[in-house]
Design a protein around this ligand. Structure first.
Ligand code: NDP
Length: 471
C-alpha cells in the first residue's frame, strides 16, 4: 500500500490526469471498468510505467493506496459516479476520501455529501478544467469539501495543476458543492466567451466579407492586446487551418450546429434559481440551442431571406470597435458569472473566495487569460456589489461601452445576429439606469392582481386608483 492516490476511470480525462500525477513523482493505482484498458494504459505509459499500479478490481485499488486513501473518480457524470461510490463504500474505511473529478451537477455533489454523512468516509467534489491537454500537463482545479480532506491531497493536486507565474491553479474553495458549482459557472462564462467570439466572427465574415485566414489574423493580432486569452488564440489557429480533405478553410467545412453537455444550461438554471441576472450566459446557451435547429433555420431563411446588408464604416474603424466591443461584452459576462457565485456563496454559506477563483482561472482552464489577473485584483479590495462597480472596471467600461453600442446598433441594422453582445449591452444599460421602468410593471401587477407597490415619497404598500376596471 504505497501508492499516494488512486484513480477510477481511464477515459480521456482520467488517463491524462493519471499520467500527470505519475509524472510529478507520485505512485498511482488505477482501475477502469473495462480491464483491458487498464493494462493498455499501463503498457503505453513509457517511462512512467513504474509509478503506475494497474488494478483489476476496486478491492485491489483500495489495497494499493497509502491510508487515508484518496481515490479520484473520473467517469461519466451521473449514475456511473453513484455506482462507483456505492462500490467504494464497501471497500474503503474511515477517513478515506472519494474525489469526484467529473463534471457533476453540484446538486448531485450536495446530495452525495449528505448520503455519506456519518459514514466516516469523506468526499470531495472537484471541478477540473482544461480538457485533455490540461489534464495531462496542468489543469485548473476547483475543490469543494472538508478542508481536512483538501490537506491530504493538496500536495498532489497543486503539483499537477497549471501554474501562473509559479502559483498553482488549484485551490480549496469551500465546503461540499462549492468546487463543482464554481466549475459550472466557469463553463457558463466559457459559453458566453465563445458565443461572443463567434458573433464577432459572423460580423467579420458576413458583414465585412472577410475570408477565414484574414479573420484569423485579426484574432491573432487581438491576442496581443487586451483580449489576450486561450480562446482568442485557438480561434485564430482554427481560422487559419485548412481541411486536409478538400484544401478549403476547415471552418467553412464544419456544420453550424453546436453541441452541449449541460454545464452551460446548469449555470443558467442556477442563476435563475438564485435570482441573479446572467443574461449574456443565457443568450449563449440559447444560441447553441438555436444553432441546433438547422433545418428550421434553413426553412426560415427561404421565407424571410438571410440577407445581410454590408456593415457600415471603414474597415480599420470597425475592427477597432469590434475589439473593444468584444472586451466590453466579456466584462459584462464575467460580472454576471461572478455575481452568480457571490449570491450562491451567501445562499449556501460557502464563503467563496472570488479573488482566488479568478486567480486559479488564469492558467490551465479554457477561459484562461491575463484579464483574470486584473479581475482578481479588482476583487481583492474587499466585497463589492458587482465587478462593474470596481474602479478599474469602471474605467475600462467607460472606455469600451461606446464601441459595444455602435457594434450592436450596426449589427441590428445590417441584420447580423448578436444575441450575446446585445444582451451584454442591455445588462450594462439596465444596470447603470438609476430610474428604470419597473414602476410601470408594478402598476400593471397592482392593476390585475392587487399586488401593491411602494411609492417614491412614502413607505408601506399602496394601491393605485384603478377602480373596478381591475380584474
Ligand atoms: P470518456 O468518455 O473518455 O471516459 C469515460 C470513462 O468513464 C471511461 O473510463 C469509462 O469506462 C467510464 N465509465 C463510464 N460509465 C461507467 C460506469 N457506469 N461504470 C464505471 N465506469 C464507467 O470521458 P471523459 O474522460 O471525457 O470525461 C470524464 C468526466 O470528466 C466527465 O464527467 C466529463 O464531463 C468530465 N470532463 C471532461 C472534460 C473533457 O474535456 N473531456 C473536461 C473536464 C471534465 P469504460 O472504459 O469501461 O467505458
Amino acid at each position: 500500500a504505497d501508492a499516494e492516490i488512486g484513480l477510477i476511470g481511464l477515459g480521456v480525462m482520467g488517463s491524462n490526469l493519471a499520467l500527470n500525477i505519475a509524472e510529478k513523482g507520485n505512485r498511482i493505482a488505477v482501475f477502469n471498468r473495462t480491464a483491458s484498458k487498464t493494462h493498455e494504459f499501463h503498457q503505453d505509459a513509457g517511462p512512467l510505467r513504474d509509478r503506475i499500479v494497474p488494478c483489476d478490481t476496486i478491492e485491489a485499488l483500495a489495497a494499493a493506496i497509502r491510508p487515508p486513501r484518496p481515490v479520484i473518480i473520473m467517469v461519466q457524470a451521473g449514475a456511473a459516479v453513484d455506482e462507483q461510490i456505492a462500490h467504494l463504500r464497501g471497500v474503503l474505511s474511515a477517513n478515506d476520501i472519494m474525489i469526484d473529478a467529473g463534471n457533476a451537477n453540484f446538486r448531485d455533489t450536495m446530495r452525495r455529501f449528505g448520503e455519506l454523512e456519518g459514514s466516516g468516509l469523506t468526499f470531495i467534489g472537484m471541478g477540473v478544467s482544461g480538457g485533455e491537454e490540461g489534464a495531462r500537463h496542468g489543469p485548473s482545479i476547483m475543490v469543494g469539501g472538508a478542508e481536512a480532506s483538501w490537506k491530504r491531497v493538496e500536495k498532489v493536486l497543486t503539483a499537477i495543476a497549471a501554474k501562473y507565474e509559479g502559483e498553482p491553479c488549484a485551490a480549496w474553495l469551500g465546503p461540499d458543492g462549492a468546487g463543482h458549482f464554481v466549475k459550472t459557472i466557469h463553463n457558463g462564462i466559457e459559453y458566453a466567451d465563445m458565443q461572443m467570439i463567434a458573433e464577432i466572427y459572423g460580423i467579420l465574415r458576413d458583414g465585412l466579407g472577410m475570408a477565414p485566414k484574414e479573420i484569423g489574423q485579426v484574432f491573432a493580432r487581438w491576442n496581443e492586446g487586451r483580449l489576450d486569452s486561450y480562446l482568442i488564440e485557438i480561434t485564430a489557429r482554427v481560422l487559419e487551418a485548412d481541411d486536409p480533405e478538400t484544401g478549403k478553410p476547415m471552418v467553412d467545412m464544419i456544420l453550424d450546429r453546436a453541441g452541449q453537455k449541460g454545464t452551460g444550461k446548469w449555470s443558467v438554471i442556477e442563476a435563475q434559481q438564485l435570482g441573479v441576472p446572467a443574461t449574456t450566459i443565457e443568450a449563449a446557451v440559447a444560441a447553441r440551442v438555436l444553432s441546433s435547429l438547422k433545418d428550421e433555420r434553413v426553412a426560415a431563411q427561404a421565407v424571410y431571406g438571410g440577407g445581410v446588408a454590408p456593415f457600415p464604416g471603414g474597415r480599420d474603424e470597425v475592427l477597432a470597435d469590434l475589439e473593444l466591443a468584444l472586451f466590453a461584452g466579456k466584462v459584462a459576462a464575467y460580472a454576471q458569472g461572478f455575481a452568480v457565485m457571490a449570491e450562491a456563496s451567501r445562499a449556501f454559506g460557502w464563503n467563496l473566495p472570488l479573488p482566488t477563483i479568478a486567480k486559479i482561472w488564469r492558467a490551465g482552464c479554457i477561459i484562461r487569460s491575463q484579464f483574470l489577473g486584473t479581475l482578481a485584483k479588482a476583487f481583492s479590495g474587499g466585497p463589492v456589489a458587482n465587478l462593474l462597480m470596481t474602479p478599474a472596471f469602471v474605467q475600462m467600461m467607460q472606455e469600451a461601452n461606446p464601441a459595444l453600442r455602435r457594434i450592436v446598433a450596426r449589427s441590428a441594422e445590417a441584420g447580423l445576429p448578436v444575441p450575446a453582445l446585445s444582451s451584454a449591452l442591455g445588462y450594462f444599460d439596465s444596470y447603470r439606469l438609476g430610474r428604470g421602468t419597473s414602476n410601470l410593471i408594478q402598476a400593471q401587477r397592482d392593476f390585475f392582481g392587487a399586488h401593491g407597490f411602494e411609492r417614491i415619497d412614502s413607505s408601506g404598500a399602496h394601491h393605485g386608483p384603478w377602480g373596478s376596471g381591475a380584474a
